[in-house]
Design a protein around this ligand. Structure first.
Ligand code: SF4
Length: 344
């Protein structure tokens, strides 16, 4: 069976090529470099001998995904439905434009089993993990489609990245490789709903990435209601893991807090939030929830600003995140969910 060549790190490719073709390492470097240029077939690798190109075509495929739907927002955000090369599964990715560069938010799994109630990605459960090559394939597809270069990567699309730990770590290596995507670790954010053992595991790797925790409530009762993972790893355990992470990496953590009207947006919630995360010295990103078709609604903007002011005036650093792409269903999983429902 052919393998996705985008899933190989440079070292892995060197040893595989040595093993099957007895190739010197400079040839592997050539092939590896080509993978991150705008090519879709091995025949386009002009300085690679013809025989090797034929062998590569026979043994591998370039798993660049294909964009088959794109939706552009008035604010420049573009959301894509992409098709996996191997099995036609459909996933989502988003391109967002900021003053500091262009970010790609990609998926790490097809579906998700974490079951957060505000998220459309988890509604049909987990289908499968994505490979590192399929994550790279999303970035390459976006770059090709939009004719841009991605400078920041956010693992905040469908799936829980830390549940697909090994492939995500391999993806980070490929992203960071100067011959790969050449995006520095500091420009990469991993978001987790709070898989405590994996936060400790990630801390051990001591990577200078940004870790974002989807917190969304300072109360175990409410958080367990909206994020079932909290029943397994309650807030106390999560905060301990965050403290261990900071101690090891010396990196600041970000807490994502999606404001949901009547659920987590009272002043009492703000007070409890400040108390809970005080020892972590974290930044809070407030996000008025981007509504899916559930009954959950965002508070009005004035209240969001009041909540933000309350946090800041009580010593807790917080900002309101721009709600990008709300006119194109850019919230997690909405586009894929609609596509799947239409195809039923
Ligand atoms: S918010 Fe993230 S972890 Fe929760 S269901 Fe959606 S994709 Fe999964």
């Amino acid at each position: 069976m052919k393998e996705n060549i985008l899933s190989f790190t440079r070292d892995e490719l060197k040893s595989r090529f040595k093993q099957i073709y007895n190739l010197p390492s400079y040839r592997t470097e050539q092939v590896f470099g080509w993978l991150y240029k705008d090519i879709s077939t091995f025949d386009e690798m002009l300085n690679v001998p013809k025989k090797l190109r034929e062998n590569l075509t026979q043994d591998f495929f370039i798993g660049q995904m294909s964009v088959f739907q794109s939706h552009r927002s008035h604010d420049g955000t573009e959301k894509y439905l992409l098709k996996c090369v191997q099995d036609d599964n459909v996933i989502e990715a988003v391109k967002m434009e900021y003053y500091h560069g262009i970010s790609a938010c990609i998926s790490t799994q097809v579906g998700c089993e974490m079951g957060c109630v505000f998220c459309a990605s988890g509604r049909d459960g987990l289908v499968r993990n994505l490979s590192a090559g399929e994550m790279i394939g999303q970035i390459l597809a976006i770059q090709k489609h939009a004719k841009i270069r991605i400078s920041n990567i956010v693992l905040m699309g469908a799936g829980e990245p830390l549940q697909n730990f090994e492939e995500v770590m391999k993806f980070l290596e490929l992203v960071h490789d100067p011959q790969g995507l050449n995006v520095g670790y500091r420009h990469i954010t991993i978001s987790t709903c709070g898989l405590v053992p994996e936060i400790y595991k990630l801390a051990e790797l001591n990577l200078p990435i940004t870790l974002a925790i989807s917190l969304h409530s300072p109360s175990d009762t409410e958080r367990s209601r909206i994020m079932p993972i909290n029943k397994k790893y309650p807030l106390k355990d999560l905060i301990y893991a965050c403290l261990a992470y900071i101690k090891k990496t010396k990196r600041r953590i970000t807490f994502e807090y999606a404001l949901i009207k009547g659920k987590n947006d009272s002043i009492a919630d703000a007070e409890a939030l400040i108390k809970l995360i005080k020892p972590v010295f974290a930044h809070v990103n407030l996000i008025p929830i981007n509504t899916t078709d559930t009954k959950l609604r965002a508070p009005d903007l004035q209240w969001v600003e009041k909540f933000n002011e309350y946090l800041n005036s009580h010593g807790q650093n917080a900002t309101i995140r721009r709600n990008l792409g709300s006119d194109i269903n850019a919230a997690c999983g909405q586009l894929r969910w609609q596509y799947l429902k239409k195809s039923e």
